[in-house]
Design a protein around this ligand. Structure first.
Ligand code: HEC
Length: 238
């Protein structure tokens, strides 16, 4: 029986470690900056939850279109090829070639506008970073909250500022869209964009979670023959 208990303890330990790692990561991602409220007191800005759903191909497709139209002019995504977008997001390659090849003319190319970051730093004050892995660096919710937190600020060069990244060098590039769509529809479109960015940063994330579940089930089932074998081996020794 002790072998069984030992195995269970081992399994329990592994599960506990996995939970600890996940919650540590969540804690690291919590908090989306600070702002000064009407009374002049510094307050923490809670992150909004990004609507991530890789099974929603429509949302990913809308997000990809937004990324190519509104972001790829300044930001690169050097680890992502247009052909992968076509394949994974189920967009016919002809449509990708027609509408999404904004920064290059070959579907096998990465998303790279080829602009020298040093020149961009001169234009904006800071170079726009590569966004391939942005949601892994900052967290989905951080990026979502950041994109929703631009506000008017006449003291800044672009007339806008951001609650999450104070005095940000990026203009509010979605301002026209925000004015056109109204708040609810705008949030939903930004949700699509962040869903796409999360896919771009880790295309197999959802698959990995599903496989992880099956692996745990497999290990639990494996425990039965292993326990019985162990009993069989030690039967004569004891
Ligand atoms: C006009 C150029 C320009 C466009 C277009 C643009 N950005 Fe930016 N972006 C910048 C610059 C410059 C920075 C650096 C800001 C800083 O460090 O102050 C930045 C920073 C960011 C950051 C923060 C990076 C970090 O971790 O500090 C994110 C996220 C981001 N951009 C997302 C986007 C998305 C999504 C779009 C498309 C909707 C977009 N940007 C469009 C210029 C641009």
């Amino acid at each position: 029986m002790s072998a069984f208990i030992k195995s269970l303890t081992g399994l329990g330990f592994a599960v506990a470690m996995a939970f600890a790692a996940t919650s540590a990561q969540a804690a690291g991602e919590s908090g989306c900056g600070t702002f000064t409220n009407a009374k002049g007191v510094e307050e923490h800005l809670a992150c909004s939850t990004a609507p991530i759903d890789f099974s929603n191909k429509g949302s990913l497709q809308r997000g990809a279109t937004m990324f190519m139209n509104y972001c790829a002019g300044c930001h690169t995504a050097k680890y992502v090829r247009h052909s992968r977008i076509a394949q994974d997001l189920e967009i016919p390659p002809e449509l990708v070639e027609k509408y999404l090849l904004v920064t290059s003319d070959q579907i096998g190319d990465q998303i790279n506008n080829g602009i020298d970051p040093e020149i961009q730093a001169k234009w904006f004050g800071a170079p726009p970073p590569d966004l391939s892995l942005e949601t892994r660096l900052r967290g989905d919710d951080w990026v979502y909250t950041y994109l929703l937190s631009f506000y008017e600020d006449p003291s800044r060069p672009w007339g806008t500022n951001n609650l999450v990244l104070h005095n940000v060098a990026m203009p509010h590039v979605l301002m026209n869209l925000q004015n056109q769509l109204g708040e609810e529809e705008y949030r939903s479109r930004v949700g699509d964009l962040v869903n796409y960015m999360a896919w771009m940063a880790d295309p197999v994330r959802e698959d990995r979670k599903r496989y992880g579940f099956y692996v745990i089930i497999f290990l639990l089932v494996l425990l039965i023959p292993v326990y019985l074998l162990n009993k069989e081996f030690w039967k004569d020794v004891k």
